[in-house]
Design a protein around this ligand. Structure first.
Ligand SMILES: NC(=O)c1ccc[n+]([C@@H]2O[C@H](COP(=O)([O-])OP(=O)(O)OC[C@H]3O[C@@H](n4cnc5c(N)ncnc54)[C@H](OP(=O)(O)O)[C@@H]3O)[C@@H](O)[C@H]2O)c1
Length: 369
């Protein structure tokens, strides 16, 4: 069993988790300043251009105090184009005696430089307290940094026999209200929600993040894949607040693209392949626009392509205790695996009961931090 984070690092991790997703494109980080064994202040990253977690925690500390700082990610160092003051400098200036860092920052401008600066200034630096927890919390940031691609969470709701609708197409609702609300909460922290054109044509969803029916101030971008121009510019998701990105091909009609642009949507052209739009191209394009995390809500065709292309990093499967039978669609289509040994078996699986339903979530092994 890996060691548990120390009490102070756990507080820093909790602070980081409280701002998860709200700091994009910066990582969500937590910091705790400790003096003589007592917590003096707790900080978390503010949305850009606000202060980083370390600066927020140091603000409550008298200079030259000889305190300790627990931080979930390596403090940043100076690099060209940096907007905020480097945290390593602020820590040195604050007279911090010891810094405990959970995880090194893979940012090309930091990568050990922050730790080296602290050590060069005579500060004791310890690395690795809470590493596993900080890594799990920052998976979207780490994947985006390492690959340029967003972190993709594949979500579906299915019956015990793996179906998402009856043969006649009836699908509302398979899971209960609590499970649906839990899935909905996820929209509040991701950078984007993604669906295929089939889902928009069938359900006309708004895809907004709401809590208790109220539309939240921070909305994820909504990404729709539509190679042929089938989705109407009058669909509800275009009128809802937040950014919309429509991925399409050069073959889609020009007037349709213009009508989408008139709604304020961004149109991204990708190569059309036999399996639909080139997902690698699309994911790189949205990654370049700063999208670090995607909540992919389906349908089965889109999820199938995401698994076939090894783009799904995490799975959230809501399973209801109901058997549909017949020939209704499964939760994930695509080419799929030919052998069970080649199927995507999740690791670090967590199983939760939500009302009468079960949530099975875990990581795929296509990418590891
Ligand atoms: N239970 C659940 O969790 C859940 C969730 C969502 C949806 N649904 C249900 O699923 C049904 C729709 O699912 P669906 O499988 O028909 O449609 P879908 O996955 O939403 O959309 C598939 C369409 O997306 C477009 N596309 C473009 N590039 C693609 C690519 N690389 N990979 C995959 N698709 C690409 C294609 O249409 P173009 O040719 O237009 O590009 C494709 O036909 C609806 O009935 C909906 O209610 C269920």
């Amino acid at each position: 069993m890996p060691e548990q984070p120390s009490r102070f690092m756990q507080m820093a991790l909790d602070a980081a988790a409280s701002v998860r997703g709200a700091t994009s494109p910066n990582p969500w980080v937590g910091a705790v300043a400790v003096h003589n064994g007592n917590v003096v202040s707790v900080g978390a990253t503010n949305p850009p251009p606000g202060p980083h977690a370390e600066a927020a925690a140091l603000a409550g500390l008298p200079a030259g105090a000889g305190s300790e700082l627990y931080v979930t990610l390596e403090p940043c160092a100076p690099f060209p184009g940096k907007r905020t003051r480097p945290c390593a400098e602020a820590i040195i200036e604050a007279g911090i005696r010891r810094v405990v860092v959970a995880l090194e920052d893979p940012h090309p401008g930091v990568r050990g430089q922050g730790i080296a600066m602290l050590r060069a200034a005579g500060i004791e630096v310890e690395i690795g307290d809470g590493r596993a927890e900080a890594t799990a919390l920052l998976r979207p940031y780490l994947k985006h940094r390492q690959t340029g691609l967003p972190y993709v969470i594949a979500k579906f709701a299915a019956s015990l026999d793996g179906r998402t609708a009856t043969a006649s197409g009836d699908s509302k609702w398979i899971t209960g209200e609590a499970a649906r609300a839990r899935g909905h909460e996820q929209r509040a922290w991701v950078d984007a929600v993604m669906v295929g054109s089939g889902t928009v044509l069938a359900d006309d969803p708004e895809l907004t993040a709401r809590r208790d029916g109220i539309v939240l101030p921070r909305q994820p971008a909504r990404i729709v894949l539509d190679a042929r121009g089938r989705v109407s510019p009058g669909a509800r998701l275009f009128a809802a607040p937040g950014k919309v990105i429509v991925a399409t091909s050069t073959a889609a009609p020009g007037p349709w693209k213009q009508a989408l642009a008139a709604t304020g949507a961004q149109v991204v052209e990708c190569e059309a392949t036999a399996d639909g739009l080139n997902l690698d191209q699309l994911l790189h394009a949205v990654g370049e626009r700063g999208v670090m995390s995607i909540w992919a809500e389906g349908g089965a065709t889109l999820l199938g392509s995401l698994f076939d292309g090894h783009h799904a990093d995490e799975v959230w499967a809501f399973i209801a205790p109901v058997v549909i039978g017949g020939t209704g669609p499964g939760a994930v289509a695509g080419r799929g695996a030919s052998l069970i040994s080649e199927a995507s078996r999740l690791e670090h699986t967590v199983i939760e009961t939500i009302g009468a339903d079960v949530l099975v979530r875990g990581y795929t092994t296509y990418w590891r931090p």
